[in-house]
Write a protein that binds this ligand. Structure first.
Ligand code: 1QQ
Ligand code: MG
Length: 562
C-alpha cells in the first residue's frame, strides 16, 4: 500500500503516534487510507450541504474496511462573484484547488481518493489535482439543484434571474416580477439547475468514466443521490483493498485520451458550457494527453446535438434529463451515429463505457431526442478562427437565437466594468458587435465570466441583433452570438486589442470564422504602434497568476519548468 510509507515499520512510530491522536486504532494500520477530498463551504448553494455528504461517505468507507480522511478545498460561487471584480478570482481558484488536493494526497501518501466537487472550477480543479496524484479516484458530485417556478408556474433558474436584470432595466418587467424571480429561481441546494458550467462538468465526468452513472443528473439532497454517494464509497473501497485493481484503476488509466474525446463528444451532444473547452484542455494537458483546441471542431462535426437544456432551452433542466434516461441514454443514442462518436474505454465502475450504456434507453423523446431527430447535425460548441482569433475562440452554437452569420460594427470596451456601464447607458444598439478586451487569463488577470453583459443584452431584447466578442469567458448561462476565449488575448498583443470602434467584424459559425474586415497593411500599421495596457493590481496572488498563466487556447494552464 502507498500509505505504508507513513504507517508501517519501526521508523514510522512517530507517524502512527500522530495518527493515533486522530482516533486511529491498531487494526486501522492494516487498512487502506482513503482521502475524502471535499469542497464544503457555506456560501455556495451547491456546497453548503457537502459536510453531510462527506459524513455519509465516510461511514460507508469505514463499513467497507477502509480508513477515510476528509479534507476540504476552497470554492468560489461564480453567481455571487459575477459582474464585479470578485470574478477575477474565479478561474485562478482552479489552480489553488488542484494544488491543495495534490498536496494533501501526496504529503500523506493516501492510497485512493473520493472527490466531492459540485460547482464550476471546483470540478476541473479537483480532476487536475487527481491526475497529478494518480491513485484510484472516484468522483461523486453534490448534485444539481431543482428548477424553480415563478408564481404563474413558468419554470425558471439562475439564468432567468440574470436576464431579468436586463429586462427590468429596459422596463420590460415590474419590481414585483423581479422579486418573484429572485425568490424562486434557486429553490434548493445543488449546482444551478441548467446546463451551466457545473452541471456540464458533472455530466462530462460520466462520459470520462470517472464518476458513476447519474452523477450529472440525479438531484442533490435526495434519497437517490444518497444511494449514489454510498455506491461510490463502496466502489472505491473495493478497488483500494485489491492490489491488482489499484494498479488497473489508477486515475490516468481511466482519464486517458479516449476519455477526453468522449467528454467533448457528450459536451457537443448536450450543448455544454463554453468553459468546458477551457477546463477540458487543461485536464488533457494535466493527463499528458495530446489533445489541442484544433481537434475540437472535428468532434463537433461528428456529433449530433440531441439534448437541449437551459439556457439553450429554458424549460428543460437536469432533473428532466435524469427522468428522460440520464447521460447513459444520451450516450447510447449518440453512439448510433456512424463514425467514432464515442470510444469504448474502461470506467471506474469496472465496466467499459459500452458495457455501461448497453441497457440504457431514452424514456422521453421530447427531452432527449433520437439520432434521427436531432436539434442539429453538428455539436453545440464550435471553435472559430480568423485574423481576430489566430489561435481560436469559442462559441456555444446551441445558444444562438438569431442568424449563425453576423456582420456588425465594433463597439470596444477595455474591461467588463466599462462594458456593463456602456450597455446600461445605451451605447450598444442593433447591428453592433460588443468587444470586451483585456479580460483574458493574463489581461484580467483571471479571465472573468461575462454573464452580466450577455444577460443585459438578452434581457434588453437585443439577443438576436447584437453579437459580443471577448478574450474573457462566459458562464454556462450565456446565450446569443457570444464568442469568448479570443486568442491571442489583448494583453499579449492579440488583434482584439487593436480593434477600433466602427471596425467591421464578421462571424460565420458554420464556416468557423471570426474576422475583422481590415487590410493587412492597416493591421500591420496598428500592430507597429500597439502597446498593450497592463492593469494596475492590488493582489499579489493575482500578480503571481498573471506571471504564470497561458492563454485560453491552451486551457489557461500555468507555465512550469517541467
Ligand atoms: C448560472 C451561471 C453559473 C453561476 C456559472 O458561473 C457558470 O455556468 O459558469
Ligand atoms: Mg462559472
Amino acid at each position: 500500500m502507498r500509505s505504508d510509507e507513513v504507517k508501517k515499520g519501526h521508523q514510522r512510530t512517530p507517524h502512527r503516534s500522530l495518527l493515533r491522536a486522530t482516533g486511529l486504532k491498531d487494526e486501522d494500520f492494516g487498512k487502506p487510507f482513503i482521502g475524502v477530498a471535499n469542497s464544503f463551504i457555506e456560501i455556495i448553494p451547491g456546497h453548503f450541504f457537502l459536510n453531510k455528504v462527506a459524513e455519509i461517505i465516510k461511514d460507508e468507507i469505514r463499513a467497507n474496511g477502509c480508513v477515510p480522511f476528509e479534507f476540504n478545498t476552497i470554492g468560489i460561487d461564480d453567481g455571487i462573484a459575477m459582474g464585479h471584480d470578485g470574478m477575477l478570482y474565479s478561474l485562478p481558484s482552479r489552480e489553488l484547488i488542484a494544488s491543495s488536493l495534490e498536496s494533501v494526497m501526496n504529503a500523506h501518501k493516501l492510497d485512493a481518493m473520493i472527490a466531492i466537487p459540485n460547482c464550476d472550477k471546483i470540478v476541473p480543479g479537483m480532476i487536475m489535482g487527481a491526475l497529478r496524484v494518480n491513485v484510484p479516484t472516484i468522483f461523486v458530485s453534490g448534485g444539481p439543484m431543482a428548477k424553480g417556478y415563478k408564481k404563474d408556474g413558468t419554470p425558471i433558474d439562475l439564468s432567468t434571474a440574470f436576464e431579468a436584470v436586463g429586462r427590468h432595466e429596459a422596463g420590460r418587467i415590474s419590481d414585483e416580477e423581479l422579486l418573484d424571480i429572485e425568490c424562486n429561481a434557486c429553490p434548493s441546494g445543488g449546482s444551478c439547475s441548467g446546463m451551466f458550467t457545473a452541471n456540464s462538468m458533472n455530466t462530462l465526468m460520466e462520459a470520462m468514466g470517472i464518476a458513476l452513472p447519474g452523477n450529472g443528473t440525479i438531484l442533490a439532497q435526495t434519497k437517490e443521490r444518497e444511494a449514489l454517494y454510498r455506491e461510490a464509497a463502496r466502489r472505491i473501497c473495493e478497488i483500494a483493498k485489491d492490489e491488482a485493481a489499484c494498479e488497473l484503476f489508477k486515475f490516468k488509466n481511466i482519464l486517458n485520451e479516449n476519455a477526453v474525446k468522449n467528454a467533448f463528444a457528450v459536451d457537443m451532444a448536450m450543448g455544454g458550457s463554453t468553459n468546458t473547452v477551457l477546463h477540458m484542455l487543461a485536464i488533457a494537458h494535466e493527463a499528458d494527453v495530446n489533445f489541442r483546441i484544433k481537434d475540437i471542431n472535428h468532434i463537433s462535426k461528428n456529433v449530433s446535438h440531441i439534448a437541449k437544456i437551459s439556457p439553450s432551452l429554458s424549460t428543460v433542466h437536469m432533473e428532466d434529463i435524469n427522468r428522460a434516461g440520464g447521460v447513459n441514454a444520451v450516450m447510447k443514442e449518440m453512439a448510433k451515429r456512424s463514425g467514432d462518436v464515442l470510444i469504448d474505454n474502461l470506467t471506474i465502475g469496472g465496466e467499459t463505457l459500452y458495457e455501461k450504456i448497453a441497457d440504457a434507453r431514452i424514456i422521453d423523446e421530447d427531452i432527449i431526442h433520437t439520432i434521427d431527430n436531432p436539434y442539429s447535425n453538428v455539436g453545440g460548441l464550435a471553435i472559430l478562427y480568423g485574423n481576430l482569433a489566430e489561435q481560436g475562440s469559442v462559441i456555444k452554437t446551441a445558444g444562438i437565437i438569431g442568424d449563425r452569420v453576423f456582420t456588425g460594427k465594433a463597439v470596444c470596451f477595455d474591461g467588463q466594468g466599462e462594458a456593463i456601464e456602456g450597455i446600461l447607458m445605451g451605447k450598444v444598439k442593433a447591428g453592433d458587435v460588443v468587444v470586451i478586451r483585456y479580460e483574458g487569463p493574463r489581461g484580467g488577470p483571471g479571465m472573468q465570466e461575462m454573464l452580466t453583459p450577455t444577460s443585459l443584452i438578452m434581457g434588453m431584447g437585443l439577443g438576436s441583433s447584437v453579437a459580443l466578442i471577448t478574450d474573457g469567458r462566459f458562464s454556462g448561462a450565456t446565450r446569443g452570438v457570444s464568442v469568448g476565449h479570443v486568442s491571442p488575448e489583448a494583453a499579449e498583443g492579440g488583434m482584439i486589442g487593436l480593434l477600433k470602434d466602427g471596425d467591421e467584424i464578421h462571424i460565420d459559425v458554420d464556416q468557423y470564422i471570426l474576422d475583422v474586415n481590415l487590410s493587412d497593411e492597416e493591421i500591420a500599421k496598428r500592430k507597429a504602434a500597439f502597446v498593450p495596457v497592463k492593469k494596475a493590481l492590488q493582489s499579489r496572488w493575482l500578480g503571481q497568476y498573471r506571471a504564470l498563466v497561458t492563454n485560453a487556447s491552451s486551457g489557461a494552464v500555468l507555465k512550469t519548468d517541467l
